[in-house]
Design a protein around this ligand. Structure first.
Ligand code: SAH
Ligand code: DHB
Ligand code: MG
Length: 225
């Protein structure tokens, strides 16, 4: 099986199951024009996240890793009236591109972008008494994922859902000797899930995926049930 085949199938899925969406196409075009890396979720992945948020009835969502706001827009569109999404981004230039994209999508009143190191922003959210969030999407620097997950738990409630992207890393997840710092982060993340976090019950699974972004995967975790 090859990348070519995975691309063809993702194209087919988009053609069959995803509505034409000039707004989201504009988001991706503006992100590319601004020189942002092409690492947003694929449309099929983004729709999965959107559907999970709707299935869960999420009205408060936290995202770690905004980039140009592609996944933020998909998630924010899943919110009911009065719902809110906070998204955290390190790079002020990326955040500016995202803010423009989110405004274009008519979601400026729903989405708040916080610029800075996500560890600092998460700590600030805790100190403000923010949350608990119904759904949290972790998709920032991969090596810090275990720390993000622990802080996400602190901003959760029993029943919260935490989705983490890019956990399989082309299979490096299963390689103890991997030189990929991101994959090492995802191994530490799985070790954390395996041993548990004091004071929290978490039930999780990881699903391997292929598609137009290659071979990777995501972890779905349910808190406290
Ligand atoms: N969720 C986006 C993709 C995010 S890519 C989408 O699917 O559309 C990862 C993002 O995490 C990048 O924008 C990167 O700048 C950001 N990032 C990296 N390190 C970070 C940190 N320490 N704190 C906050 N954001 C960070
Ligand atoms: C990278 C980040 C992502 O969120 C992703 O989905 C793929 C790659 C990266 O930093 O390389
Ligand atoms: Mg990702």
């Amino acid at each position: 099986m090859s990348q070519e085949r995975w691309d063809a199938v993702d194209d087919y899925i988009v053609e069959q199951l995803l509505d034409d969406d000039p707004g989201l196409a504009a988001t991706l075009a503006a992100s590319a024009a601004a020189g942002l890396p092409a690492i947003a979720l694929t449309p099929a992945q983004a729709k999965l996240l959107h559907l999970l948020a709707r299935i869960h009835g999420a009205s408060s969502i936290l995202e770690i890793g905004t980039l140009g706001g592609y996944s933020s827009i998909w998630l924010a569109r899943a919110l009911p009236d009065g719902g809110r999404l906070i998204t955290l981004e390190l790079d002020p230039r990326y955040a500016q591109v995202a803010a423009a994209n989110i405004e274009q999508a008519g979601l400026a009143g729903v989405v708040e972008i916080r610029v800075g190191r996500a560890l600092d922003s998460l700590q600030a959210l805790r100190e403000e008494g923010a949350g608990p969030f119904d759904l949290i999407f972790i998709d920032a620097d991969k090596q810090t994922t275990p720390e993000y997950f622990q802080l996400a738990l602190a901003l959760s409630r029993p029943g919260s859902v935490i989705v983490t992207d890019n956990v399989v890393r082309g299979g490096a997840l299963a390689d103890a000797a991997t030189a990929d710092a991101g994959a090492q982060g995802m191994r530490r993340f799985h070790e954390l899930l395996a041993r548990g976090v004091d004071g929290h019950q978490v039930s999780a699974t990881t699903i391997q995926t292929v598609g137009s972004k290659g071979y990777d995967g995501f972890t779905l975790a349910l808190v406290g049930v």
